[in-house]
Design a protein around this ligand. Structure first.
Ligand SMILES: Nc1ncnc2c1ncn2[C@@H]1O[C@H](COP(=O)(O)OP(=O)(O)OP(=O)(O)O)[C@@H](O)[C@H]1O
Length: 261
């Protein structure tokens, strides 16, 4: 067992305001975590620390057993897969989908004159098929729908065989069909024993893919609840996290929450 993340008493202050406060959190390599919380709770900030894109004000963050502040963060980031809405903005509109995935193995965006090994080409084709992008492989990134772009970015992130895959709101802004397709794929990926640890931020319990094992519920920079999803994703904890009462149902591993009058 490897601890892919360990936050020890982490505080993150901006303008003397605690954006994260007293965070203690450990993620093991077999676990798939959902981070749930309202707007402004600190979810993206938590991911910034987990992806070695910032440092805690106090406390310690270990990523893949390396302490932030004592390790070459560029080397560390190469071992992580991270997809957020900012990732999409960095991709040129004329980038071909196949190249977008293939070039991840060579840490570049935009294909120049690299020579690609057969093994990487085969892996890219397999991943494109796995994320239902086979028919779109020759299209440019700019012509893809939002849902297709998100799948393409996840495919690019998994191309490098990351040791942890972090996703910031992968289902946001998708239509019902695209969201359900995304959830099915994330669920399948989460349930594969060969997949890396996963951490996914969302605002909605309806977007929790079956197969995710743990949930961390955040409000005002503090953990309201964290642990195995079956015990932790409860109506009581949702009320504590979102500040209003909910009725919560679970069917076939899918959650749904409706506000109680
Ligand atoms: N660099 C910064 N300087 C000042 N305030 C910041 C900074 N980064 C984040 N914040 C504030 O910290 C709070 C948490 O922000 P964060 O983006 O982490 O929340 P979030 O849970 O991801 O929200 P959302 O769901 O709306 O994306 C917000 O009130 C935000 O305005």
């Amino acid at each position: 067992m490897v601890n892919v993340l360990r936050f020890n008493d982490v505080t993150y202050l901006r303008n003397r305001r605690p954006i994260l406060n007293g965070i203690n959190w450990t993620v093991e390599d077999s676990q798939r975590w959902v981070i749930l919380g309202p707007n402004g709770a600190g979810k993206t900030t938590l991911l910034k620390l987990a992806t070695a894109n910032d440092y805690p004000t106090t406390g310690t963050v270990d990523v893949l057993e390396k302490r932030l502040g004592r390790v070459d963060i560029f080397e560390l980031r190469n071992r992580l897969g991270f997809v957020s809405s900012a990732t999409a903005r960095r991709i040129p509109a004329n980038e071909i989908v196949r190249d977008l995935v293939l070039t991840a193995a060579y840490s570049v965006e935009g294909r120049w004159n690299e020579h690609y090994d057969d093994i990487d080409v085969r892996q890219a084709e397999r991943i494109l098929a796995e994320w239902d992008l086979g028919n779109l492989a020759d299209n440019t990134f700019g012509t893809l729908s939002d849902g297709e772009r998100k799948r393409a970015l996840i495919a690019r992130a998994v191309m490098t065989d990351p040791e942890v895959l972090l996703l910031d709101e992968p289902s946001a802004s998708l239509d019902l069909g695209a969201r359900e397709r995304m959830l099915q794929m994330l669920s399948g990926f989460a349930q594969s024993p060969s997949s890396p640890a996963m951490i996914m931020v969302t605002h909605h319990v309806e977007e929790v893919p079956p197969g995710f094992t743990h949930v961390l519920m955040l409000r005002d920079g503090q953990i309201q609840a964290a642990g195995p999803i079956a015990d932790t994703l409860t109506a009581e904890n949702l009320e504590a996290t979102f500040g209003m009462p909910f009725g919560l149902t679970v069917q076939d591993g899918r959650y749904a929450a409706i506000a109680r009058p």
